[in-house]
Each structure stands twice: as structure tokens, then as C-alpha cells.
Design a protein around this ligand. Structure first.
Ligand code: BG6
Length: 481
């Protein structure tokens, strides 16, 4: 539980993310006794609202998120509102005055958490204005800046953004959220790999045939066409979540569990990624876009007919890539990384396919060869670990069958934090383990940017495979392609 009293300032306080995730999470932290005491929350956005009006909006948002309102009387008096124009530094001077008044009234010790729940184009201006009015400064207090992905649009814009944030805030003050890292089963990957001695000896090129990292969604672009149509799946999912999953499955164990040691190991993986072979792009990358189809027996439109999407759009909604890590552990092992929208079902998992036995004298009941061992770390829909192996089919014959051993991660542990509760708690405690460090952001952009540039040129349209909504994506990208 965080001990330091603080002021939590939410930019974009009247937006969707604040209403659906941030405020309900802060409220849940208060109810479970995890919000520091004293602490205050200041919502900031452009609209002119009174404190009372903002409290009422928040109360409604909590009711809509099915929160138990028993702590509301404790939460409401900590909640304030200020109107700020992000392009007008003068309004930041007023904000700084307001924050300082409230800090002395509530004795929050000058500790400040600024959560930027606004479109990324506004990050630079807000961070610079906060620094300009002295709110980024740390002496006997802390000041932390929380930003959401996307961190730039390509390598150049990411570096530019990082430089702008760092004019006011040091790296140790910046927390770049990736909500995948807050998922319990994603965190469990480190324990699974490094707290068990039986898996580590086989976790390498000698025993592993291939690794498959998948985040399939049945949802389409929903109401986010404006953002998604110039983002596409590679920026939306690969530059962040998929790369995190890749590093967790591939990294070396650090000697201690400490944020920078872990992030060093992840950065080493990104540094070892074999540069994408631009001369054989099509053999290593499949891009797709969903066409009309059926999801759960309901017809859904094609991507280009979604409201807000350009009818000639060549934005990929699906990508599958074959990546290689050039180090001793992983030389020659393909990592198939796949993500797409409007696929048959929502499924997020990592499947490790082991090599076949050198020679098999057994067959299944149909006389067929049987597949090798597989280990699946499943994140969604079930949180489980599954190990499939071969056993004898009961009966008189000597026939093989494939069986699976399951571990249900959540069984017996219903009380858990949501992803946002977890990340907010970690920011309040100053723990960077679950957040991106800028060097890794840059390394991943270095890997992806050449591919993005190539795919965004005119031949892109030919490269794009249409796939029917509700299927498993383009045929070319199924299995070990
Ligand atoms: C977000 C992407 O970061 O992750 C969305 O912007 C995507 O497009 C979402 O739907 C997937 O997250 P989850 O937790 O549902 O797998």
C-alpha cells in the first residue's frame, strides 16, 4: 500500500478513459484502503464545470461502472475540478496555484501524480506547461507523469515526444502505461519461467521449435475509426503489447527482481531482434484487413464500410509476422506474432511448440503421427497454463493420444486488482517494473519503422489480404506459415 500522501491530477477528466477506468480504479483503491491518506484528486479539462458538477458526473460514472457506492461519502470531498486550456500556459499558472492551496489544506506534502488521459498530441504541451509553472519539480516531494500509448507514430516522432517530455520530467518521473503488463497472467510469465527449474533447461533453441504469440479480437474498430484508420494494427498492438509479450517469453533472468534490471533484459531482447528482411517482406509479414462477415451469427460490415473509415483505406487490421532473435538462446527459432480485429473469437495466448522426439516408434489409433509437446500460457479467455503431452490410449493396443494438463490461474483467488488499479498503485509507489522505458520504446520503433514505411507505400494495397470477419485471418498466416 502506498504511504506517501499526494495529489492526483487527471488531464482529460471528462473523457471516456477517466470515466470508465481511472476514476473507478481510484475509487476502488480507496474502498480497499489502498489510496494514500491524505490524498486528493483534481480533474482537469477544458469544460467549465464546478466542483459539485464534476462530483456528480463522477458519481454517475461510478454507478455506471457498477461500483459499490459505500465509500462515496469519503471519496466525494477529495474530488475537485479545474478548467484548463492546454494551449494556454496562463491557465496552468492558475492550476498550479489551485494545487498548492489544496496541498496545504490537505497536507499532501507536494507529491503529485499527473495522469494524461488526453490524445497524445497534447502530451508535449501539457508536460512543458507543467514544467514551466514548476509542477514537475522535485525536492523533498515527488512529481510523476503518467502517459498512455501510443508513444509516437514512428521512431522519429517517438524520439521527439521523449525529448519534449524530458525537458521537464526526468526518465524516472515518467510512467508509460502498457495495460498488458498489468494483466496477472502476463506478470506470471516471469514467475513461471524463473521460479521453476523444470522449464528453464528446455527453454531454448535445442528444444523449442517455434513460439506463437497471439492476440486475436472479435471486436472491430468500434467507435475509434478516427484514431485507428491512421494507426493500424502494427502501431496499435505490436509496438506495445505484442513486443512486451515477446520480451517476457524470450528474456534472460535478471539477478534480482528490480524494475531497471528487468527492463535492461527486455531491452537486450529488442536489441537482438534480427532487422526485418525488407527484401523478403512477404515471406515474413502477412497484413490483412477484414471484409464483411459474421460474428456470433450477426452480420458485421467490412472495415472500409465502418463509420469514419475512408472507403479506400489500406490500413491493416491484421498482421502476422515471423521474428527472429539473434542470440544464443533463440538462434533459428521463429516467433510468430499475430494480432487482428474481427477474428473468430477473442483469444490472447502464447504457445510454445517443442521439437518432436528424435524418432517415434508410436502412432495414434488411426496410425498417424502425433504432434509434439506444447505449452500454452493463456491470458484470455481463460487464465491458464496448459501442457500437452503424449500418453497411451487406454486399451489393448499400444496407441498414443494427446492429453492436456491444465492449471487454472484464478481458481481460489477471486480478489484481484483490475489492470488500472494495479498500474495506478504502482505509480503511487514509484515502481517502474510494469512500465515502458524510453530506450525500449525506441528499439521497438527502430525494428518496426522500416517495415511500416515500406507497407505504407503505394504497393500496400496489393500486399493486403482481405479476410472475412469472424474467421482466423488470412489463410496465408495460419499455422507455421
Ligand atoms: C488496446 C488497443 O491497446 O488494446 C485496442 O488500442 C485493443 O485496439 C486493446 O482492442 C486490446 O486489449 P485487451 O486487454 O482487450 O486484449
Amino acid at each position: 500500500t502506498p504511504k506517501d500522501p499526494c495529489a492526483i491530477v487527471i488531464f482529460g477528466a471528462t473523457g471516456d478513459l477517466a470515466a470508465r477506468k481511472i476514476l473507478p480504479s481510484l475509487y476502488a483503491l480507496l474502498c480497499s484502503g489502498r489510496l494514500p491518506d491524505p490524498s486528493i484528486i483534481i480533474g482537469v479539462s477544458r469544460s467549465g464545470l464546478s466542483h459539485e458538477e464534476y462530483r456528480e458526473r463522477t458519481r454517475q460514472a461510478l454507478v455506471e461502472s457498477n461500483a459499490d457506492m459505500k465509500c462515496w461519502e469519503d471519496f466525494a470531498p477529495r474530488l475537485f475540478y479545474r478548467s484548463v486550456d492546454v494551449n494556454d500556459v496562463g491557465t496552468f499558472t492558475n492550476l498550479a496555484g489551485f494545487i498548492k492551496d489544496k496541498e496545504s489544506e490537505f497536507q499532501t506534502g507536494g507529491n503529485r501524480l499527473f495522469h494524461l488521459s488526453v490524445p497524445p498530441v497534447a502530451y508535449e504541451a501539457i508536460a512543458q506547461s507543467l514544467a514551466h509553472v514548476g509542477l514537475a519539480h522535485e525536492k523533498d516531494n515527488w512529481s510523476r507523469l503518467v502517459v498512455e500509448k501510443p508513444f509516437g507514430y514512428d521512431l522519429e516522432s517517438s524520439r521527439k515526444l521523449a525529448a519534449a517530455l524530458k525537458e521537464g520530467f526526468k526518465e524516472k518521473q515518467i510512467f508509460r502505461i502498457d495495460h498488458y503488463l498489468a494483466k496477472e497472467t502476463v506478470q506470471n510469465m516471469l514467475m513461471f519461467r524463473f521460479a521453476n527449474s523444470i522449464f528453464e533447461p528446455v527453454w531454448n533453441r535445442q528444444f523449442i521449435q517455434s513460439v506463437h504469440i497471439t492476440a486475436a479480437e472479435s471486436l472491430g474498430v468500434e467507435h475509434r475509426a478516427g484514431f485507428y484508420d491512421h494507426t493500424g494494427v502494427l502501431r496499435d498492438m505490436f509496438q506495445n503489447h505484442m513486443m512486451q509479450l515477446l520480451s517476457l517469453v524470450a528474456m534472460e533472468p535478471p539477478s534480482i527482481y528490480e524494475a531497471n534490471r528487468i527492463r535492461d533484459e527486455k531491452a537486450k531482447i529488442y536489441r537482438s531482434l534480427r532487422p526485418f528482411p525488407m527484401d523478403s517482406l512477404d515471406e515474413n509479414l502477412v497484413l490483412g484487413q477484414y471484409a464483411a462477415g459474421m460474428i456470433k451469427e450477426k452480420s458485421v460490415p467490412s472495415y472500409v464500410s465502418e463509420p469514419g473509415v475512408s472507403p479506400n483505406s489500406t490500413t491493416p487490421t491484421f498482421a502476422s509476422m515471423k521474428a527472429y532473435i539473434d542470440n544464443w538462446r533463440w538462434q533459428g527459432v521463429p516467433f510468430y506474432i499475430t494480432s487482428g480485429k474481427r477474428m473468430s473469437t477473442k483469444r490472447t495466448d502464447i504457445e510454445v511448440k517443442f521439437k518432436e522426439v528424435p524418432h517415434s516408434m508410436f502412432r495414434n489409433i488411426l496410425g498417424e503421427h502425433i504432434t509434439a509437446n506444447r505449452l500454452t500460457l493463456s491470458i484470455h479467455p481463460k487464465e491458464e497454463v496448459m501442457l500437452s503431452f503424449q500418453a497411451k490410449t487406454p486399451g489393448p493396443g499400444m496407441c498414443l493420444r494427446n492429453v492436456t494438463m491444465n492449471f487454472d490461474y484464478a481458481m481460489g483467488h477471486p480478489l484481484r486488482l483490475t489492470a488500472y488499479e494495479k498500474v495506478l498503485l504502482d505509480v503511487l509507489m514509484g515502481d517502474h517494473t510494469l512500465f515502458w522505458r524510453q530506450d525500449s520504446v525506441d528499439l521497438c520503433w527502430s525494428y518496426l519503422t522500416p517495415m511500416l514505411k515500406e507497407c505504407e507505400c503505394e504497393e500496400q494495397a496489393e500486399r493486403l489480404h482481405l479476410y472475412k470477419a469472424g474467421t482466423d485471418g488470412p489463410k496465408k498466416a495460419r499455422g507455421d506459415w
